[in-house]
Design a protein around this ligand. Structure first.
Ligand SMILES: *Cc1c(COP(=O)(O)O)cnc(C)c1O
Length: 387
């Protein structure tokens, strides 16, 4: 038995520890702890990396979404189309502004927003769509843009799990009115605390977001609008700046692990790829990168026939870390009970995925013996072993 954590941040951060210490000392001695040149340097390199005109460091991924919505003037009486199978922040940011999320179902194979369902649910008050590039796989950006322009909707890409993912060579975060990502430690570019990034290539929107990030203040102590404190620390920026050049390498290692799982499990009894038309009797379905340029924030299995929790217990007994992202679709969350948000009665794929999904270790520094043990264990489970 080989212990395999779901995620181990140690090796990645230890490899850069000496550089982090120097950066920390520099920030400490600069006595500049709010915004400033270190943040700007990081923002500039993020913008270049993503192929966008403006990138603004902010306090978290959640605040990135909130700031983008605020800059677009979305609030009371407005609706925003969002996938109902995602992390809470996507819906929470919309609801906090007094706008209404409209629950859109997701695709059972790539897990991203189902634009055919979105088309059924768009209404006269719908102002925007907030797709999520879930688990590191980009949505079809061409279809998304076509949909948004056909219905005259703003696009805010929730790219919290997809920094570096592409669609036909184009980065996520580069095609919407706004892109938003997170540097929460478990994301592909993970910081040492909370922070996030907002992107746009529209000068006026960037200007507005920049102002709202500091209490709608312009010039100093004159408040043109009600913003908030959405700032990112220069210390966090300095640390993340050291990791940014390594992100393509990290993402590549994750893809290597995904390819390993596919190669090791292809043709094993009861294991198939999660594609349209897959064998209904299969016990484990492996996630497919349909975009071909995903970054594998998670490697998320589907385990049908009510066997998901059994696999979770099986892997846990073998000391293999695994987690359910996400156990409840957003339209079933307690905080939204009694709200009259549309779409809750027709998000069936989201509901079944919540009972079927299980994410397994995929982090870049996963060892070869570790991933072999994970693959062997999945094969054993699919073959009917019980321990
Ligand atoms: C992590 C995450 C967020 C929120 O990011 P934080 O930095 O934790 O606020 C938003 N949306 C999705 C899809 C996420 O995975």
């Amino acid at each position: 038995m080989i212990a395999v954590p779901l995620l181990d941040l140690g090796p990645q951060n230890r490899a850069l520890e000496a550089q982090f210490e120097i950066a920390f000392r520099e920030v400490l001695r600069s006595n500049m702890f709010i915004m400033g040149p270190r943040l700007e340097a990081f923002e500039k390199d993020c913008a270049t990396f993503l192929g966008v005109k403006h990138a603004l460091g902010v306090s978290s991924g959640t605040d990135a979404l909130l700031l983008a919505l605020m800059a677009l003037g979305i609030g009371e009486g407005d609706e925003v189309l969002i996938p109902s199978f995602t992390f809470f922040a996507t819906a929470g940011s919309v609801a906090r502004l007094g706008a209404s999320p409209v629950w859109v179902d997701v695709d059972p194979h790539h897990f991203n927003i189902d634009l055919a369902d979105a088309a059924r649910k768009v209404g006269p008050r719908t102002r925007a769509i907030m797709p999520v590039h879930l688990f590191g796989q980009s949505c079809d950006l061409d279809a998304l843009q076509g949909f948004a322009s056909a219905h005259n909707l703003k696009v805010i890409e929730d790219a919290a799990q997809s920094m570096g993912a592409r669609w036909k060579g184009r980065s996520t975060m580069s095609s919407g009115d706004f892109g938003a990502t997170s540097f929460f430690p478990s994301k592909n570019l993970g910081g040492m605390g909370d922070s996030g990034l907002v992107t746009t290539s529209d000068d006026a929107l960037a200007e507005r977001a920049r102002m709202l990030r500091v209490h709608g203040m312009q010039p100093k102590y004159y408040h043109r609008e009600i913003g908030a404190n959405f700032r990112m620390d220069p210390l966090q920026a300095a640390l993340l700046h050291l990791k940014l050049p390594h992100l393509p390498g990290f993402n590549c290692s994750r893809a290597g692990n995904a390819n390993f799982y596919h190669a090791a499990l292809k043709g094993r009894a009861g294991i198939v790829e999660n594609r349209p038309g897959a064998d209904k009797a299969a016990k484990i379905l492996l996630p497919v990168d349909f975009s071909g340029q995903g970054i594998w924030n998670q490697f998320t299995l589907r385990v049908p026939h009510g066997r998901r929790d059994a696999l979770k217990a099986f892997l846990t007994a073998r000391k293999i870390g695994c987690e359910i992202y996400y156990p409840i679709p957003l339209h079933r969350q307690e905080c939204f009970a009694g709200k009259s948000y549309r779409g809750a009665d027709s998000a069936k794929v989201s509901e079944s995925l919540a009972t079927e999904v299980l994410s397994i270790p995929i982090f870049p520094e996963l060892g070869s013996e570790q991933r072999q043990w994970v693959a062997d264990s999945l094969a054993d489970f699919a073959a009917g072993k019980t321990e």
